[in-house]
Design a protein around this ligand. Structure first.
Ligand SMILES: [Zn+2]
Ligand SMILES: [Zn+2]
Length: 92
């Protein structure tokens, strides 16, 4: 069985390649794709940043999300370094 052909992109006349995982709109390669999106995790109060297929309308600020992702990585690195230093100091 073949999947039904998707209609045209919501923004232009290009044939759509994907469907937005948030609003369900279909879009061409130029008006959407795999973007970073923040999702609140059920298991922690932290907001998880992950890649999702989104249209341009649903795409959040990519620079802001990259910054947030960078901050999380930086905190993890600093915490890891601190733990390493503390372990090293305790052993002496
Ligand atoms: Zn388009
Ligand atoms: Zn959307």
């Amino acid at each position: 069985m073949q999947a039904p052909p998707l209609p045209y992109c919501y923004k232009c006349d290009g044939s759509s390649t994907s469907q937005c995982s948030r609003c369900g709109r279909v879009f061409c390669a130029a008006h959407g794709g795999e973007r970073l999106a923040s999702q609140s995790s059920v298991y922690s109060r932290l907001t998880v940043v992950s890649a999702r297929v989104l249209c341009d309308e649903c795409t959040p600020n990519q620079a802001l999300l990259r910054l947030r992702l960078g901050v999380v990585i930086a905190i993890a690195l600093v915490a890891g370094t601190l733990v390493a230093i503390m372990t090293f100091n305790l052993r002496r």
